[in-house]
Design a protein. Structure first.
Length: 392
């Protein structure tokens, strides 16, 4: 599959040639643990055991690498399994990581509660402030700079190209969590990132029926001592074993085929929801990179195709009003996660980000996060209006 092909063409065809045995146009689900060998050490097609490689997972890994325009893709059982594999592959006790001050709660929990007791230190920085990123780096010790853009749940924007230059000057690898934007809206590797991670549970799968993760490496990593990052990740993926199963891989592949058209609808709906929220008296602030008032709107406009389907806003009457509004909607589903075709609403402080309460990453108590789905947007707005008119 040529890199010159368009995004949707790659999503439908990369790693997914017709089955040579039957001509099936969709890759089969190879629900198998082991493979017959053609003599001792004679692996047919390179397959010996499905933890190490499985044809359905290979198709997904090739597809997502093509969509990110990377060298190699790796599929995992969850987004955090992929992030853990990256960290274990590239870090040793005494190393240091710069983590966003608005990171996904699970990512921060990993670095604070899992990696730190194992000797991996971290500092918190506002990734929207380049001076703050520079100040957080420890020369000779910082090995990873970890970026989310847009961030979860405050929709902050980081300048990938600028932070890549800062990280590389310091001898650190830049990792970008591209879950919110997706490969359709943003290409971190083209902007200088070394590694991209995803929770494929979200927009990549897109239907709230599969949990998974992915990691994609750049074609050329020039950070001294970490040039072999791809080989290290491959070794640790097999050694740790937190891989995506065949059926999960197949479901994610199915989702990727429609990612482009789904993201366009997510963005269309989100923009209209933002317009509504911006004019409602019960809302004190709307957080969305597409707004000209967003602190780093210009950066988002430069590095993103559109501004995504995630919207956060703050309630003028505080936490109690936010909690009641989340409970009052009918069409929006109160639930964690994001990126599915259905619209979700949540209170981050009590739900997805409760694990960071009392830390530097604590989120405002009056904050509501929306994952805007692909329903008829007028219905979504009417449901929100009714809830906000009562509790706003």
């Amino acid at each position: 599959m040529s890199d010159e092909h368009g995004f949707s063409t790659r999503a439908i065809h990369a790693g997914q040639e017709a089955d040579p045995l039957t001509g099936a146009v969709v890759p089969p689900i190879y629900q198998v643990s082991t493979y017959k060998q053609d003599g001792i050490g004679g692996f047919r097609g390179g397959y010996e055991y499905s933890r190490s490689a499985n044809p359905t997972r290979t198709a997904l890994e090739e597809c997502i690498a093509a969509l990110e325009d990377g060298s190699r893709g790796f599929a995992f059982a969850s987004g955090l399994a992929g992030q853990d594999t990256v960290a274990r592959s590239l870090l040793v006790p005494g190393d240091h990581v710069v983590v966003p001050n608005d990171a996904y709660g699970g990512t921060y929990r990993y670095f604070n509660k899992v990696a730190r007791p194992q000797g991996i230190e971290h500092s918190i920085a506002d990734m929207g402030d380049l001076d703050a990123v520079r100040a957080a780096i420890r020369p000779g010790q910082t090995k990873l700079v970890w970026v989310e853009t847009p961030t979860n749940p405050l929709l902050g924007i980081a300048d990938i190209e600028a932070i890549a230059a800062i990280a590389h000057e310091a001898g650190a690898v830049l990792v970008v969590d591209n879950t919110f934007a997706t490969a359709y809206l943003q290409s971190p590797l083209a902007l200088g990132a070394d590694i991209v991670t995803h929770s494929t549970t979200k927009y990549a799968g897109g239907h709230s029926d599969v949990v998974g993760g992915a990691v994609v490496t750049a074609r050329d990593i020039r950070v001294t001592g970490l040039e072999d990052a791809e080989e290290r990740i491959a070794f640790h993926q097999n050694s740790i074993g937190g891989v995506a199963g065949p059926f999960d891989s197949w479901l994610t592949l199915r989702g990727l085929k429609t990612l482009a058209i789904r993201m366009e609808r997510h963005c269309d709906n989100a923009e209209k929801v933002v317009d509504f929220l911006s004019g409602h008296d019960g809302v004190s602030q709307v957080l969305y990179p597409g707004l000209s008032t967003h602190k780093n709107h210009d950066v988002a406009a430069r590095q993103m195709k559109r501004f995504g389907g995630m919207v956060s806003f703050r309630m003028r009457r505080g936490e109690d009003a936010a909690v009641k509004a989340c409970a009052a909607v009918q069409l929006w589903t109160l639930g964690e996660s994001l990126g599915g075709v259905e619209s979700l609403i949540e209170h981050p402080g009590r739900m997805t980000h409760s694990s960071v309460a009392g830390t530097e990453l604590e989120v405002p108590s009056d904050l509501i996060r929306l994952s805007v789905g692909i329903e008829d947007v007028d219905d979504l707005i009417a449901d929100l209006r009714e809830a906000l008119d009562i509790h706003g």
